[in-house]
Design a protein around this ligand. Structure first.
Ligand code: ADP
Ligand code: MG
Length: 690
């Protein structure tokens, strides 16, 4: 028997090469792919609903006799047909119609219609329903009607026909089962072919509500399999990494000790623990792949500095990469300030750097004159060669996915040796989720804030109270504190964002003539930005008007007030990041979330969450509830490709079992793993084979 996982889609009658290309646009290449192309929703055309039982919003089949049909002239010309079935009546409304159509809808005609029920002026109605003339006892559909993800040139009927043919093949062709039988029994999972049959062609006795909520055992079974496949693919990646060679580092402790002695504070317990975990990794022969998660302000930078010094002590270079120029610049300043006194040369490498400065930096890195390089992605451009790169630190990696992590690892490789990777993120990731979404990484959590922090008090105010907010900025600055005023725009455009911030700065300078107001946005030249940020840091500016460029990493402990304009436009994760810029010193800090009403329901919920808690984990949980994990983490960010069936929030209870079963499969059924990964991760499994 041919196995359906390799049978090309053209084996289906009616699918030739040109049609196959359309299917390929949906990622469908084999008969198995077709079987795993599951409906996104269903319609119930299995029964005729009495009109008296219809509710607005229902999608339903109704059947009745035409009472009358007329053309109405409202704002638009339209055809109205009233039908009744003895339990009630319904209006069919058509904006596009022909004379023939009108004639066919004569009084007494028996019609069967399918459409969405809406509240009309006097009766319930359907706008442009599907309809046809029927006799008595015309048969209804035997199954719920699947609605598939479609694409141009490939609509529901073709998809249904192809999938029907694929389902028919299930009788004669094997679809391999990769889940161990004992597991299926334990979790009451149906067999694979049953699950697929049911999901494509649900019989009328299936609870449609369970299906639409994704909680039917057939869906749970497939969701589990999908999560398992992704988890296995990431684990495989990790195992491959473990087999790679790194430079085993032998930190002497000399520099780290001098650094710690010079710090004006003690490390927190969590910082010490995570530093130890990193030290153990660095001594290993395989490259470290560690994700350090710590809420904003938990002190990740110090931990990164310790890792960098361990590499340097061992005679290797370290590179520190940040996603934005501003954040990279700030790291550069910190590292230069901390490391120069220890005799460690730090260079700066950014994409905007040109000419002599860039050549000098590239040369220092290539000769080993510079032991530490800090910068943006420019650190890994083609012309940059490190003399002996032992460690790469990536800050705020939640902006990078698994593919970027891999690319970076390859770029950091030299003569078959890979640099250790340390990835820092402030995005709080629930542990079970991390086990699945970051299974290629080891995880450390800095779960303790430095002592003496007071929680940021957060208020939510409408923007018609702007004057009071401006007054509040004045009061804070009059007491010698500093403030941020963040302008938000939904547009990704740098130009528009910069313009909005410039306009706001002009207005605030007028309203607050005694304050020193600075402005920073993505359009400034790096040295201009640098000048403004240093001035703010040095206390030479009272108020910093900024775009969300300051979202990550900016650290000015004397700043105690943050105003975020149009806060309703931002997601919870971003609001939390921004608010993390204040409350870094001992002074009582506040965050004013100013909104432009009226607020949508989700915006209201988000702002309420911000007012109620400062805890990044709680906020992440709420974010999951309000928006779903896809948006919180983003597929790019989690490294999980588009999930087809599983939903990380809905199926969260499956995650612990996913990790266990993955281990079991690797141990007892290793040959199941590659085809299982191929089934679900498909083309993207490329990354597991680099
Ligand atoms: P994040 O985790 O958000 O990157 P940072 O590393 O920027 O946090 O640290 C936030 C602030 O806390 C900085 O001003 C830093 O100097 C300070 N800090 C870090 N660790 C400690 C500590 N153990 N005790 C006191 N302050 C600390
Ligand atoms: Mg940071």
């Amino acid at each position: 028997m041919t196995s359906l996982d390799t049978l090309p889609i053209t084996a289906i009658k009616g699918i030739g090469p040109s049609q196959a290309e359309r299917f390929a646009r949906l990622g469908l290449r084999t008969v198995q792919d077709l079987l795993f192309h599951l409906p996104m929703r269903y319609q119930d055309r299995t029964r005729v609903v009495p009109m008296g039982a219809l509710r607005p919003g229902d999608q339903a089949v109704v059947e009745g006799e035409v009472l009358h049909t007329e053309i109405k002239f409202g704002r638009r010309r339209m055809l109205l047909t009233r039908i009744a079935d003895g339990t009630g009546s319904l209006t069919l409304r058509f904006f596009h119609f022909t004379a023939a159509q009108q004639a066919a809808l004569a009084r007494g005609t028996r019609l069967r219609c399918f459409g969405e029920v809406r509240t009309g002026a006097t009766t319930l109605e359907m706008v442009h329903p599907e309809y046809r003339r029927v006799g008595e006892d015309a048969p209804v559909e035997e199954h719920f009607t699947p609605i598939y993800p479609a694409t141009e040139g490939l609509q529901q009927p073709s998809l249904r026909r192809a999938i029907d043919a694929a389902l028919a093949r299930l009788d004669t062709h094997a679809l391999p089962e990769w889940l161990p039988a004992a597991l299926r029994e334990e979790l009451a999972f149906p067999a694979l072919d049953h699950a697929l049959q049911l999901l494509h062609r649900p019989p009328p006795d299936v609870a449609l509500s369970a299906l639409s909520e994704g909680r039917h055992p057939a869906q749970r079974r497939l969701a589990f399999e999908e999560l398992l496949a992704h988890h296995l693919s990431l684990r495989r990646l990790r195992e491959l990494t473990r087999r790679e060679a790194a430079y085993p580092l032998k930190p002497t402790g000399k520099l780290t000790k001098a650094f710690l002695d010079a710090l004006p504070f003690e490390l927190t317990g969590a910082q010490r623990r995570v530093t130890k975990e990193i030290a153990a990794d660095l001594r290993g022969a395989a490259p470290m792949q560690r994700l350090v998660q710590g809420d904003v302000g938990s002190g990740k930078t110090v931990v990164a500095a310790l890792a960098v010094l361990m590499a340097v002590e061992s005679g290797y270079q370290a590179a520190v990469m940040a996603p934005t120029e501003i954040l990279a610049e700030q790291h550069y300043r910190n590292f230069a300030r901390w490391l120069a006194p220890l005799g460690v040369n730090v260079v700066w490498l950014s994409g905007r750097q040109k000419g002599k400065a860039r050549r000098a930096a590239v040369e220092a890195v290539a000769t080993g004159a510079a032991l530490v390089a800090v910068g943006t992605h420019a650190l890994f451009q083609e012309d940059v060669e490190f003399a002996g790169l032992g460690l790469v630190v990536v800050d705020e990696q939640h902006r990078f996915g698994v593919h970027q992590r891999l690319a970076l690892k390859e770029k950091g490789a030299k003569a078959g040796r890979h640099a250790h990777q340390l990835i820092m993120t402030a995005t709080p990731i629930p542990r079970t989720l991390a086990q699945t979404a970051y299974a290629d990484l080891d995880l450390s959590v800095i779960d303790e804030l430095p002592p003496g922090r007071t929680p940021v008090e957060t208020v939510v105010v409408p923007d018609n109270r702007r004057e009071a907010v401006v007054q509040r900025v004045y009061s804070a600055c009059a007491e010698g504190r500093q403030a941020y005023w963040v302008c938000t725009l939904i547009e990704e455009s740098d130009v528009l964002q910069a313009q909005a911030a410039e306009d706001t700065a002009v207005l605030l300078r007028e309203a607050l003539p005694t304050l020193r107001v600075g402005l920073v946005h993505g359009r400034l030249k790096p040295d201009e930005k640098e000048a403004v940020m240093s001035a703010f840091k040095a206390g030479e500016l009272d108020l910093l008007v900024a775009t969300t460029v300051i979202e990550v990493g900016v650290d000015v402990p004397n700043a105690s007030l943050m105003v975020i304009e149009n806060a309703e436009r931002l997601g919870l994760a971003q609001l939390h990041q921004l608010r993390g810029r204040v409350g870094r010193g001992a002074a009582k800090s506040a965050c004013v979330l100013m909104y432009h009403g009226p607020l949508s329901e989700t915006a209201r919920e988000r702002l309420a969450v911000m007012r109620e808690t400062n805890d990044g984990f709680v906020i992440a949980r709420k974010d999951l509830e309000i928006r779903g994990p896809g948006e919180l983490l983003g597929t790019r960010q989690t490294g999980l490709q588009q999930l087809r069936i599983a939903d990380l929030e809905r199926d969260e209870d499956l995650l612990p079992r996913v990790a266990e079963v993955a281990a079991q499969l690797l141990r007892d059924y290793p040959s199941h793993v590659p085809p299982l990964v191929a089934r679900w991760v498909g083309d993207d499994q490329r990354y597991a084979h680099v």
